[in-house]
Write a protein that binds this ligand. Structure first.
Ligand SMILES: [Zn+2]
Length: 267
């Protein structure tokens, strides 16, 4: 009997916390207030910037900023025009290039805090390549994949009754549990690899954002081919959970016609 009550309360919490991912419409479960996730991410971001050296390459740094501003403005405009401005209310975009030639990586923390590492720049090759990576990373944040991943872990840890009580009466406890569950005190915690389905969704949304911003989404195909050829150790965001390269390109090709329509609408 207790088990059933747990299930029922878990279901109730699920219903109240369901939201829809922008642009794909997939239903997701986000249990933690975005404001909490964003402020955790902000703290992490300042730590990362403190611990790492920023690139002194003016040209590349400017490129990262230019592409980041163009893509974030495009998705913000889209969200506002489609009544979703509340979902990005707490976003404070920031784009930085970290000096580290051995790290082939980039990420966007919840709330719009982006970092590129200089090691990924040769694979990007040019502005279009930067836009492929940047739009993919921004998509993870827009789709709130971080919150969703944390929520799944939180639900697993607490179970039904514990979870509903924690959420209703002890928001502080919820936050502590979330932090403990994910090791949010460490850089690794917030940058754990996304699931394969999150990766595919970020690919799809990324293509749409590129098109909205006036970039050619076809650029994603040669970029992922170059990334695939890049051997050796890959960083978390580009690790094993990434979709099989052939599948990934098929999915991207499938999303391109819709992206091209969005490009026209926005123009
Ligand atoms: Zn990703």
């Amino acid at each position: 009997m207790r088990k059933y009550i747990s299930y029922i309360s878990l279901l109730l919490v699920f219903c109240f916390s369901c939201s829809k991912v922008p642009l794909t419409g997939r239903k997701q479960l986000n249990l933690i207030p975005s404001s909490q996730v964003n402020s955790l991410a902000n703290q992490q971001y300042s730590e990362v910037l403190k611990e790492n050296k920023l690139s002194t390459n003016q040209q590349q740094t400017q490129l990262i900023n230019k592409v980041g501003k163009r893509l974030s403005t495009a998705i913000e405009t889209y969200m506002k025009q489609n009544g979703m401005e509340d979902e990005i209310k707490g976003f404070k975009w920031e784009f930085n290039l970290i000096q580290d030639d051995n790290t082939v990586n980039a990420w966007c923390m919840p709330g719009g805090k982006v970092a590129f590492y200089t090691g990924i720049m040769p694979i990007c090759q040019d502005e279009n390549g930067v836009a492929v990576v940047m739009s993919h990373e921004i998509a993870h944040a827009i789709a709130e994949h971080g919150n969703e991943r944390m929520s799944q872990q939180l639900a697993l840890q607490l179970g039904g009754t514990g979870l509903s009580i924690a959420l209703q009466q002890k928001p502080q406890l919820t936050q502590q549990l979330a932090m403990a569950a994910f090791g949010l005190g460490t850089q690794v915690g917030i940058l754990l690899p996304y699931s394969r389905s999150h990766e595919s969704e970020a690919d799809e949304i990324g293509i749409y954002i590129m098109a909205m911003a006036g970039y050619d989404p076809h650029a994603a195909i040669p970029f992922w081919q170059r990334m695939d050829k890049q051997g050796g150790a890959k960083p978390p965001e580009f690790l094993s959970t990434h979709p099989d390269p052939a599948n990934r390109i098929k999915n991207i090709e499938k999303a391109i016609p819709k992206a091209m329509k969005m490009a026209k609408k926005q123009a």
